[in-house]
Design a protein around this ligand. Structure first.
Ligand code: HGY
Ligand code: MN
Ligand code: MN
Length: 395
């Protein structure tokens, strides 16, 4: 039986950028394909029956899922650009090791236990977060998804080699509940001095693309009074996003920008920027997006530019199943319960079946960064906790 450290070491080099130490594990790229193959090998090596749902998602079964009322666990393997090692893979590795742990305990599940790998959870390549689980649950139309493009214009269908299957009610009908283990993307467990916690909710959150349009011109010869420079409107909007988030008690960042023609000696024609906005209540999230857009439009009027706002990926608030949450907290000796501002596939599945999340302590709270970390001891505690929870739910 592999230890956590042994299994973790197998993934560490896959898709890792030697310069930053961060991971480049985008959906349907060679690095992510290596991770998928690794998962399938690990599952088969445990005698788990593997299947794919036609949406890029993988399922490995202990027991016959057709028996129904299955307990599903798992997470995702893809990353944000130069992301950390734990966001996603920790849930998948922990699920495999929890199966090992239960077998070592001599536990025989009374209902099927499944391990899932959901595709494109980060939306790093095609822009829509939780794409695989949204397709699986019917939350996004497969033909619309098929046409999503990456930064090189490659469509999802081209990357997958097929139009995604879309909703799979036949597979969903077999599920009784879903429990996802994830590294905490915050510091609550550090401050509570606990290795494992249970999620209460996921904040509403989303991504909006702002397109700032101006007039391409010569950087050197165009009089300042004659310029229609969208970079000015963009810059003012970045500052406005920060100010409005602080004013409204929300979280907002513009962390991604594309400039056309992106030339050193040309005033841009177009600046596209992505706003990530989140809050502990839907109306607050909506208020911060509206406030940022209002200020962007005001600056556009001053600068003689134009701005448009397009929602690219919006996730509603998730309140996890209270009964399941409290049952798991009890199984885990009164583990603390806490919300998160990070999105997860569990948030998508919670619309259709009882769903819960376990968080593993992150000493710094840093995530979506090469600095993301969790200690082996805490990860092993997470495996034991997940095994305890699966035993409770599948007995
Ligand atoms: O972006 C998120 O909230 C998550 O980490 N995918
Ligand atoms: Mn993430
Ligand atoms: Mn994640």
């Amino acid at each position: 039986m592999s230890t956590f450290a042994e299994l973790w070491a197998q993934l560490a080099p896959v898709g890792r950028d030697p310069g930053t130490g961060g991971y480049l594990r985008y959906a349907y790229t060679p690095a992510e394909a290596l991770l998928r193959d690794w998962f399938l090998d690990q599952a088969r090596g445990r005698g788990l029956a593997v299947e794919q749902d036609g949406n890029g998602n993988l399922f490995a079964w202990w027991g016959d899922p057709a028996a129904g009322d299955a307990v599903l666990t798992g997470s995702h393997l893809d990353s944000v650009p130069h992301g950390g090692a734990y966001d996603g893979p920790l849930g998948v590795v922990s699920a495999l090791l929890a199966v090992d742990e239960l077998r070592a305990r001599g536990f025989a599940p009374a209902r099927p236990i499944g391990v899932a790998v959901f595709a494109e959870e980060e939306g790093s390549r095609f822009g829509l977060a939780c794409l695989g689980s949204r397709l699986f649950t019917g939350a996004v139309d497969p033909n619309a998804a098929a046409a999503l493009t990456d930064r090189d214009g490659v469509t999802l269908a081209q990357a997958m080699g097929a139009v995604p299957a879309g909703a799979r009610p036949d597979l969903l009908a077999r599920l009784g509940c879903y429990v996802e283990l994830h590294v905490e993307q915050g510091r609550a467990l550090v401050d509570l001095d606990r290795a494992v916690g249970v999620a209460t909710a996921i904040w509403p959150h989303g991504r909006w693309r702002l397109d700032f349009r101006g007039e391409a011109n010569h950087a050197g010869t165009t009089l300042m009074a004659d310029r229609r420079d969208p970079m000015l409107t963009f810059a003012a909007t970045v500052l406005a996003a920060d100010a409005e988030a602080r004013r409204l008690g929300a979280h907002a960042t513009i962390g991604r920008v594309q400039v056309a023609p992106n030339a050193t000696n040309a005033i841009p024609s177009l600046v596209s920027a992505w706003l990530d906005a989140r809050a502990d209540a839907p109306d607050t999230m909506e208020a911060v997006v509206a406030a940022v857009y209002d200020r962007a439009q005001a600056h556009a009027r001053e600068d003689g530019t134009k701005v448009s706002l397009t929602a690219e990926s919006v996730s509603p608030e998730t309140e996890f199943h209270v009964g399941l949450r409290d049952r798991l907290a009890k199984v885990l000796d009164g583990a603390p319960v806490l919300p998160t501002g990070a999105g997860h596939d569990a948030g998508v599945l919670s619309a259709l079946l009882p769903t819960a999340m376990l968080f593993v302590r992150n000493p710094t709270g840093v995530s979506h960064s090469p600095a993301e970390h969790a200690s082996d001891a805490d990860c092993e505690a997470g495996v034991r906790a997940l095994a305890d929870v699966l035993q409770e739910l599948a007995c």
